[in-house]
Design a protein around this ligand. Structure first.
Ligand code: IVH
Length: 715
């Protein structure tokens, strides 16, 4: 449709128009006519890039600026409006993969406000059109997901659709039925409603997004750029069973159509309250009815500040006139209702250039390409480098050095290259060449079967050693203040430390040898290292940097083993039984403990007095202070389950008999070691029946039977 030369021209023109925005605003009729034509040309082009090719070449914000410039001209000079102007329609997102359905009420967009002034203009217009002194607004978050419309007839969920072109959407009922927050039945009849169409958004929480991307990266798939893309992509999957695996959520925020008509809730607030009461996920608790625009502004600012703490991505606030009776008076433009506006938070996308690519060796040897950027402000921070993840990512997006790229930084999500702007290429761009040897130690890189990343497998690779030291000292791990990357590097370069075990043998006199370390700093670091000895088993496990063992996994492991040495010989199947540990994690743990050099580090830590055993928390409960060890097969349930019960009642579940054991519960075919040890130490032994008697008042017998799928197959 567009030749490469034409695309270049249009991008050039876009840049010029964006620079001329203030000129455009004040242009007299003839000049405005020319601008309007140019704006239409570029907007059509960007619509094509966005909707048809799904590879936008400008940010949403820039697009909006162009769109508004055109709309402003057409407002000032209505004679310049043409029937085919992009302002006269909503663009389509239909791909043809699903049947089409007509919405009961058109799904329009929202007008955007970027400044307080623009919110005040909106309020002025509303007051003028309705003749009110002060208007009541309902303000709620603007979710950054994929728009949907749900229809309920006679209390049943009968249809769910995407937005499509606003008039006609795609029927994705089956996919939406897998979303747990879409009730299949809701008692609208309680409100006298026979048929209702409601609007909402399908979302993925930031946490789920992170989990999904981690999984995708592990599987060698390219991560999603942001939760919105992840949600929209998931909704369009052709297989509902696949959709069900993604933890999608639906939030609803607008009633758009009701039969009989007189049952329309009187205010927007009441409409959302009704949805909330009927069990939908809604912004009810996060919305506020504001009197006048100043209260609206204050509420929007408050949310802008808390945006990053919200579990979902939000890109602004939606301000809606609360009283529905005013909707008719206010009406619609072809693009948006006049009774609502979106206050958009600062944009989180920007275009910039990749000036070079460097290769970083990670803590576990993964070599990652990192794009160095011409620094650019995105979402309130300056971004000057961006991970390009792996070779597949670079190839898929065809990223080259010298390329102009669209970069997004959503919330606490790391900066991400959304698209290469191919049209901006001059021919000078160079392909990214992947190194064959490690940039740190020079050993040959390998690509393990099934993995996307190139890895350096030299355990003594300096880059990895330094990062392992830094990780060990990090706040979530051993929290050694003063042990950052620079210090770790200096310790390594001076030959003082080769692994984390060596840290505990350093003397103050060694530390003063480090560049910039006076006696005080050396003493502080020495003390911080000594203090870290008692952080606990979970932190040690995390700090060791075993692949795939994050803090959560480390905590789970630390709950079920007594000492780090228990992991050394623990069979794979036993590891897999620990909640939250799958095959990949279990194998990684086994691999770690099978390496002699790792065991040596653990020995060094132990000799230095680093605590490598479990801290037994004294929880409240009827079994408080009692330590249970089980041996043999139980009739009631697995030992793991019995252990969970002990812990839920405040007791301690341990794996080996020590002098601290209160009871050894003896099942069928008990292990000799535990029995002998218990006898030696004079520990009280009880039967399974005696154990059940002890807990019978606190545990429902049904709970004992409820076993997970892997239960009962081990030991
Ligand atoms: S009301 C006619 N409320 O933003 C007005 N929309 O940019 C109907 N959105 O198409 C929309 N959060 O997909 C409304 N709290 C909210 C929203 C919201 C997100 C989306 C919606 C809409 C788009 C407009």
């Amino acid at each position: 449709m567009y030749t490469p030369e034409r695309e270049r021209e249009l991008i050039e023109l876009t840049r010029k128009l964006l620079k001329d925005l203030s000129k455009i605003r004040n242009a007299p009729l003839e000049e405005a006519r020319e601008y309007a034509e140019k704006l239409r040309e570029v907007i059509r082009y960007h619509d094509y890039k966005y909707y048809i090719q799904t590879s936008p070449v400008i940010s949403d914000y820039e697009y909006d600026q162009l769109f508004r410039a055109l709309r402003d001209i057409e407002r000032r000079y209505p004679e310049l409006v043409t029937p085919d102007s992009p302002t006269q329609r909503v663009a389509s997102e239909i791909t043809g993969a699903f049947p089409e359905v007509s919405h009961y009420a058109p799904m329009l967009s929202l007008d955007n406000a970027y400044t307080e002034e623009e919110l005040k203009d909106f309020d002025r217009r509303v007051r003028e059109l309705t003749g009110s002194e002060e208007v009541e607004y309902s303000v709620e978050p603007k979710y950054d997901g994929a728009g949907i419309a749900l229809v309920y007839r006679d209390d049943l969920f009968v249809r769910g659709a995407t937005r499509g072109d606003g008039e006609v959407g795609e029927d994705i009922t089956n996919n939406l039925k897998t979303v747990r927050t879409v009730p299949l039945r809701a008692e609208f009849s309680r409100f006298g409603i026979k048929l209702i169409e409601i609007r909402g958004e399908v979302l993925i929480s930031r946490e789920e997004f992170r989990r999904m991307n981690e999984e995708r990266m592990e599987e060698g798939l390219t991560p999603f750029a942001n939760p919105r893309n992840a949600a929209a992509g998931s909704l369009r999957l052709q297989n509902p069973a696949e959709v069900a695996k993604r933890r999608l959520e639906a939030v609803v925020y607008q009633v758009s159509y009701v039969e009989p008509e007189d049952r329309f809730p009187r205010t927007h607030y009441e409409a959302v309250e009704m949805l909330h009461l009927l069990g939908f996920k809604t912004p009810f608790k996060d919305m506020k009815v504001c009197k006048g625009i100043d209260e609206v502004i204050a509420y929007c600012r408050e949310w802008e500040e808390r945006r990053d703490r919200y579990p979902y991505e939000i890109d602004g606030m939606v301000v809606k006139v609360n009283d529905r009776r005013l909707y008719d008076t206010l009406g619609f433009t072809s693009h948006h209702p006049r009774w609502a506006i979106a206050f958009k938070f600062k944009a989180r996308q920007a275009t910039t250039k990749i000036v070079s690519v460097v290769f970083q060796v990670g803590r576990v040897g993964t070599v990652t390409p990192v794009g160095k950027l011409e620094p650019v402000r995105v979402g309130g921070v300056t971004v000057s480098s961006v991970s390009l993840f792996n070779e597949d990512f670079v190839r898929e997006k065809d990223i080259r050095i010298g390329d102009t790229v669209l970069v997004e930084r959503a919330g606490d999500v790391i900066p991400y290259v959304v698209e290469v702007i191919k049209e901006a290429r001059t021919g000078e761009e160079r392909p990214i060449e992947f190194p064959e040897s490690c940039p740190s130690c020079g050993s040959k890189l390998v690509k393990l079967p099934g993995e996307v990343a190139w890895r350096c497998i030299n355990i003594s690779c300096p880059a990895q050693v330094v990062l392992r030291l830094k990780h060990w000292g990090s706040r979530e791990a051993m929290d050694i203040r003063g042990l950052g990357e620079a210090t770790a590097k200096a310790l390594y370069n001076k030959g003082l430390v080769k692994d984390v075990g060596d840290l505990y043998y350093l003397k103050v006199l060694d530390l003063v040898k480090l560049p910039g370390f006076a006696e005080k700093a050396a003493l502080n670091l020495y003390n911080a290292i000594q203090e870290s000895k008692t952080r606990g088993l979970d932190r040690v496990l995390y700090g060791l940097g075993i692949r795939y063992v994050g803090l959560t996994t480390a905590k789970k492991i630390a709950q079920v083993v007594d000492s780090i040495w228990d992991l050394k010989d623990m069979p794979l199947e036993r590891l897999i039984r620990i909640e939250g540990i799958g095959d990949i994690v279990a194998r990684s743990i086994k691999e770690f403990f099978s390496r002699e050099e790792n065991l040596k580090v653990i020995e060094k830590l132990e000799r230095a007095g680093v605590k490598l055993t479990k801290t037994k928390l004294e929880k409240e409960g009827p079994l408080k202070g009692k330590v249970f060890v089980f041996t043999g097969t139980l009739k009631c349930c697995s030992r793991e389950k019995a252990g969970q019960i002990v812990e839920s009642l405040g007791g301690v579940f341990a794996n080996s008999v020590t002098s601290k054991t209160t009871y050894l519960v003896v099942g069928q075919d008990p292990g000799r070691t535990k029995l002998t040890r218990a006898k030696q130490l004079g520990i009280k032994m009880i039967t399974e029946e005696e154990f059940l008697e002890m807990i019978k008042d606190f545990v429902n017998p049904e709970d004992l039977k409820r076993e997970g799928p892997r239960e009962g197959t081990l030991f």
